[in-house]
Ligand binder design. Structure first.
Ligand SMILES: [Mn+2]
Length: 354
């Protein structure tokens, strides 16, 4: 198991790598290029510069989050072949610089959805939340609220220029139902997994956030059966999962511990996002501190499912709250993620020494 933290690069992240290095137990950072348009090949010189920065700070960069998938691939347009060829080339380039795992998602239009970017908890800490009533409004309003409340930071998967045409983007997904989206995912995986096998990289799909349909959009990474289908459609260890406990648990029908156990045993969880959420009512929730008693998940059972089934992939604490006066990119402050990281490492040490 290798503990990591996500880092958005020198221009996009106000947290220096030196600080991340000082979080006990963190060995690597999870990074990405944010100045290459979605669908284009990531150039080697930019990858080299990114990886070198991590190495100079004494950290690994073996996980990329994310190489995003162009909408034309998800929609299944003829132009997808060009974007898939670029993706294959990006995989080859990343492999040359020691990247082992590529996190991605297959959600139409939005990478994730929260309705409250600055939700204040009773102790004064600030977190993100999702309340169904928050999306009972026009698409433009929902998009505007997320973008306006990002504290001035760019949000990956929420490119303002792409979402400026949100209605047109939705129209392009007309006729793409769950079955069609699934076919398009299979088409993509059949093309990229052989390249991954050749160069020693593993793909790791992130579950849908939230794991059910919103705005009538199709969803194909929602639950145990979806993950099982994905693992089987291209039956290769290189075709794996980023298991995000928060996202999976946003649907109370999902048994997150069982899912963790099964797919760890099947050697398909290459990257784990571990966070806790507090379900408020129905499927409304906020992102709580990592500690079990602060949320709805039993974090001991989460770590135990990984440990007992031989997890040896990469892991990171997921979103943190803003505490101790910190401000920044929603979900990605330093302090609460560092606290969460060491809680997870404490649970892991206890599991090892049981
Ligand atoms: Mn996640």
């Amino acid at each position: 198991m290798q503990m990591t933290m996500r880092w958005f690069g020198p221009e996009q992240d106000k947290i220096p790598l030196e600080y991340i290095r000082q979080v006990p137990g963190v060995e690597g950072v999870v990074g990405a290029l944010y100045d290459v348009p979605v669908g284009e090949t990531w150039p080697k010189d930019k990858i080299r510069a990114l990886v070198d920065q991590a190495h100079q700070a004494g950290l690994t960069m073996e996980v990329i989050e994310s190489v995003n998938i162009h909408d034309d691939i998800k929609i299944g347009l003829p132009s997808r072949d060009r974007y898939i060829a670029n993706y294959q080339q990006t995989i080859r380039h990343l492999a040359e610089f020691g990247v082992k795992v590529i996190c991605y998602n297959f959600m139409p239009v939005f990478d994730w959805m929260k309705t409250e970017m600055n939700y204040v908890l009773p102790d004064g800490s600030v977190t993100m939340a999702f309340e169904k009533k928050g999306i009972d409004k026009s698409l433009e309003e929902v998009v505007k609220e997320v973008l306006d409340n990002a504290n001035g930071f760019a949000l990956p998967g929420w490119e303002p220029e792409r979402l400026a045409q949100v209605q047109q983007l939705f129209a392009k997904y007309d006729g793409v139902d769950d079955d069609r989206l699934r076919e398009n995912l299979a088409y993509f995986l059949q093309a990229v997994i052989p390249v991954c096998e050749e160069v020693g990289v593993k793909m790791a799909i992130h579950p849908d956030d939230p794991p059910y349909s919103i705005f009538g959009l199709p969803r194909v990474v929602k639950n145990r059966d979806d993950l099982d289908w994905i693992c089987q459609v291209v039956d290769s260890e290189a075709n794996g999962i980023t298991l995000c406990t928060g996202s999976i648990a946003e649907d109370p029908a999902n048994d997150v511990y069982q899912i963790l156990a099964e797919f760890t045993r099947r050697k398909r969880i290459h990257f784990a996002h571990v966070r806790n959420i507090k379900l408020i009512q129905d499927k409304d929730f906020y992102e709580s501190a990592h500690l079990s008693r602060c949320g709805s998940l039993d974090m001991y059972q989460v770590m135990k499912a990984l440990y007992d089934n031989g997890f040896d992939g990469y892991i990171r604490s997921d979103h943190g709250r803003f505490i101790w006066g910190e401000t920044g990119r929603p979900g990605y402050g330093l302090y609460d993620r560092a606290v969460g990281t060491n809680y997870l490492l404490g649970l892991w040490e206890a599991l090892q020494k049981r």
